[in-house]
Write a protein that binds this ligand. Structure first.
Ligand SMILES: [Zn+2]
Length: 420
């Protein structure tokens, strides 16, 4: 069965070459066209049927008779580089084991690995049967469910290729590196619930603040109560992972906007919050608890300012609005036979690809497309990727991790689609 390591290694130079090419092709979200064109022509030149769909995703299909379908999913877009970069983000350089460049870790290295995996698999068609589908997607970093800003994988599952072409398994190439040491198997990740809180006040001259209601002071009470909710919450233990992992459901205030003039008590304050949903939490329940808390504090403020409000006829409001794409947490369905098969295959293959007998089984705090692939299209999905950092200056991918991830892609396809 094995031998996939040698096969993969004979193609590894190509993976490094493509990673460099992708890094040097800018592809900030919604500007992926040039990179998509390069991936498309590379696949077509190598005899893999490919096309670009209506939103700009590249889809490559390697068909080899009847059998199961495995999807490789990776995003093409990047966040913009930040001013702290000391290296040129678009000029890939290799120093010792590291390939530096924007999105090398998140996730152009792994994406290149997925592209080359198709080539390697094409050479050994006698060893497997079925379909391997590459989905190189747009707008993962910040894309939403809204048509005007649609996330590539959301489109694929809702009305694109994966809505019509049933698949049995998927691998998302987001980083699964454990402790910066070795590629592990990532089986789940947090969901998210982002919201914007708008509280009003009553403006007045700041030399007589008692004649108004300061929206900033009001907002502070809401911020503190939500912070307290986070601090007081119990740690949640993540199932199935090894080594064990537990943490408090993350909640952070991230943006605050208020005030227009130094001499005016502000009548409006807006605060953005990012609450992550841990596996096992019910997103509906968390929503209700937060919305209720906001309501409760607003009622308390109305009591504090009752005299002022009845005298002036003003009202106090606190409104919560959801922000962006809010989704539940993800966990590979281990009680589903296909989910179990994918898990067992991944442990076996990643073990061989890394030389680690029991590869780490990890859970990520960040949200990924794995949740969409499973919730929307019913595809049991695992995460294997070379990335060990994201969205930071002087990002690099460790070439040893990239080799491990690439070997795993080739190995996983041969294992899951093996000819009986
Ligand atoms: Zn990513």
């Amino acid at each position: 069965m094995s031998g996939f390591v040698q096969l993969a290694d004979s193609y590894f130079e190509k993976v490094v070459e493509l990673t460099k090419e992708y890094v040097s092709t800018p592809s900030v979200s919604r500007e992926e066209k040039e990179l998509a064109g390069k991936i498309l022509s590379f696949l077509n030149e190598n005899g893999i049927d490919s096309f670009v769909d209506d939103v700009g995703n590249v889809i490559g299909v390697l068909k080899n008779g009847d059998g199961p379908t495995l999807v490789f999913n990776g995003h093409m877009d990047t966040v913009p580089p930040t001013p702290e970069w000391k290296k040129d983000p678009y000029k890939p350089t290799i120093e010792e084991d590291r390939l530096y460049g924007l999105a090398s870790s998140d996730m152009k290295g792994s994406l290149a690995g997925m592209v080359v995996a198709l080539l390697a698999l094409k050479e050994v068609k006698s060893r497997w049967r079925g379909r391997v589908v590459l989905t190189a997607v747009v707008n993962e970093e910040g894309g939403t469910e809204e048509p005007e800003n649609i996330r590539g994988t959301y489109y694929l599952c809702k009305e694109g290729y994966l809505s019509e072409n049933k698949a049995d398994y998927a691998v998302v190439g987001e980083g699964s590196v454990w402790n910066r040491e070795v590629v592990g198997v990532r089986i789940g990740h947090n969901g998210k619930l982002r919201f914007v809180l708008k509280v009003n006040g009553i403006a007045t001259h700041s030399s007589r603040p008692e004649t108004g209601i300061n929206a900033i002071y009001r907002a502070i009470d809401f911020i503190n109560a939500l912070r307290e909710m986070w601090v007081a919450s119990a740690e949640i233990e993540i199932p199935h992972v090894s080594p064990p992992m537990k943490f408090k459901p993350p909640l952070a205030a991230t943006i605050i906007e208020a005030g227009k003039k130094i001499n005016q008590v502000p009548s409006e304050c807006t605060v953005y919050f990012d609450r992550r949903i841990v596996y096992g939490e019910d997103i509906e329940d968390i929503r209700r608890r937060i919305w209720d808390l906001v309501e409760e504090i607003n009622e308390a403020h109305k009591r504090v300012y009752a005299a002022f409000l009845s005298e002036t006829g003003y009202e106090l409001h606190a409104e919560v609005e959801e922000y962006g794409m809010n989704r539940p947490a993800y966990m590979l369905p281990l009680d589903d036979p296909k989910g179990r098969r994918l898990f067992d295959a991944a442990i076996k293959v990643v073990g061989e690809a890394t030389g680690v007998k029991n590869p780490p089984i990890v859970y990520g705090t960040g949200y990924t497309d794995a949740e969409l692939l499973y919730t929307m299209s019913g595809i049991p999905t695992i995460l294997i990727g070379a990335g060990e950092m994201a969205h930071c200056p002087d990002e690099y991918v460790n070439l040893n991790r990239l080799r491990e991830a690439f070997r795993s892609y080739v190995g996983l396809a041969l294992e899951l689609l093996a000819r009986q």
